[in-house]
Design a protein around this ligand. Structure first.
Ligand code: FMN
Length: 365
């Protein structure tokens, strides 16, 4: 067993897989279920000065990928529909009974957060995460919060800003950065009706889930190199290996939203278990040993030696790699029933390696 414990801004998490602001952190009981489902810490749905008037419908899955997994979802859920008073009197207390660290999310303007942050702090939450999704003005909000409370503050950034520059701006006032919020605006049309699938203004929604993971990965790596603050990664974490990848890009922990919507509240424990298994198999004693491991390689060119090779013991002849080889370099040796790579045709693009679900293809780098 690997040690998965992490400490961020003085908060101790039993594992680095936290909930994220969204429908699966929408009230105290939902957060308690996430704790029971193995989350290492709790981040609650964003609250503001008044409850949100949420359009209906406000969530739509992005169609299935070839392997059957959802690529993500579009949402127009805004912030919490529950009045702040109910969060202060009831919901935070229920979540706190889990004994896990609880981070409250709040928004949006400097005046609004200054007014509500001290009340949320008084409710006993351990830290605050502020969302600037709709308003911008990160440094002003961060400063207003720093003047208003003593507990740790995390700034949650949208992928639409220069995240490294914004992280530097807010750094004097915050204890950590969370990246990223959902990406958008985006649009989907129901072709049977010709109408947008979401009930928001102009049918616009924000994208989350596996589709945005590479965007989030770049943001996390940029922030980790720009500021000396803990970074919590969020965006498409679905498997333990996604969390490992984020931690190698400099994250100290991850948050999970879309995967919990699609899979349920046991997703956090599953992801943490998968992290443990991967770290154990790769000889790591602690999750901290991989933090930022990839950052030093980002400026080095990846040099490939030779062409990919097929591990015939792992290959199941599923046929995915020849289908996605645009250079027709992969053929089946019918006599031996083996996939063979043609050295002259292979352009070393790397695609076959990434599509193989069995990790049967590799190339020396
Ligand atoms: C339905 C839905 C509602 C969300 N609500 C909030 C919110 O209230 N506050 C916030 O900061 N982020 C919110 N988010 C963004 C998520 O917390 C997260 O940053 C984003 O979805 C990327 O992570 P994921 O790919 O794991 O979903 C919401 C996302 C979804 C899908």
């Amino acid at each position: 067993m690997t040690n998965l414990e992490v400490e961020i801004a003085g908060l101790r998490f039993r594992n680095p897989v936290l909930t994220a602001a969204g429908p699966t952190s929408r009230d105290g009981m939902t957060l308690l279920n996430a704790a029971a489902g193995g989350a290492g810490g709790l981040v609650a749905k964003t609250v503001s000065i008044r409850p949100a008037d949420v359009p209906k419908p406000n969530m739509a899955a992005i169609e299935e990928g070839r392997t059957g997994s959802r690529r993500g979802i579009l949402n127009a859920e805004l912030w919490s529909e529950i009045p702040l008073e109910q969060w202060l009197e009831r919901e935070y207390a229920i979540a706190l009974s889990s004994t896990l660290p609880l981070i409250a999310s709040l928004g949006y303007t400097p005046a609004e957060v200054s007014e509500i942050a001290p009340k949320i702090e008084a409710a006993g939450v351990h830290a605050l995460e502020f969302s600037t999704h709709y308003v911008g003005g990160h440094a002003e909000i961060a400063k207003a919060l720093r003047d208003a409370v003593d507990i740790p503050i995390f700034a949650k950034l949208s992928p639409k800003v220069d995240v490294a520059a914004v992280a530097k701006e807010v750094a004097p006032y915050v204890d950590g950065i969370v990246a990223i919020n959902s990406f958008g605006p985006c649009l989907r049309i129901d072709i049977e009706t010709g109408k947008p699938v979401l009930g928001s203004e102009e049918g616009l929604g924000w994208m989350s889930g596996a589709s945005i993971r590479p965007i989030a990965m770049k943001c996390v790596a940029d922030i980790a190199r720009a500021v000396n603050l803990p970074v919590i990664a969020v965006g498409g974490v679905t498997h333990g290996t996604d969390a490992i990848e984020f931690m190698m890009a400099g994250a100290s922990a991850v948050e999970v939203c879309t995967a919990s919507i699609l899979e349920g509240q046991t997703v956090y424990g599953r992801i943490a278990k998968e992290m443990d298994t991967w770290l154990d198999e790769h000889g790591y004693d602690s999750v901290l040993d991989i933090k930022g491991k990839a950052l030093k390689h980002l400026r080095e060119p990846v040099e490939l030696k030779g062409i990919p090779t097929v591990d015939h013991a792992k290959c199941t002849r599923c046929g995915l790699c020849p289908k996605s080889c645009v250079y027709d370099a992969i053929t089946v040796d019918k006599k031996e029933n083996l996939f063979v790579i043609n050295e002259e045709k292979c352009q070393r693009c790397g695609m076959c390696i990434s599509v193989c679900p069995y990790h049967a293809l590799s190339i020396d780098a």
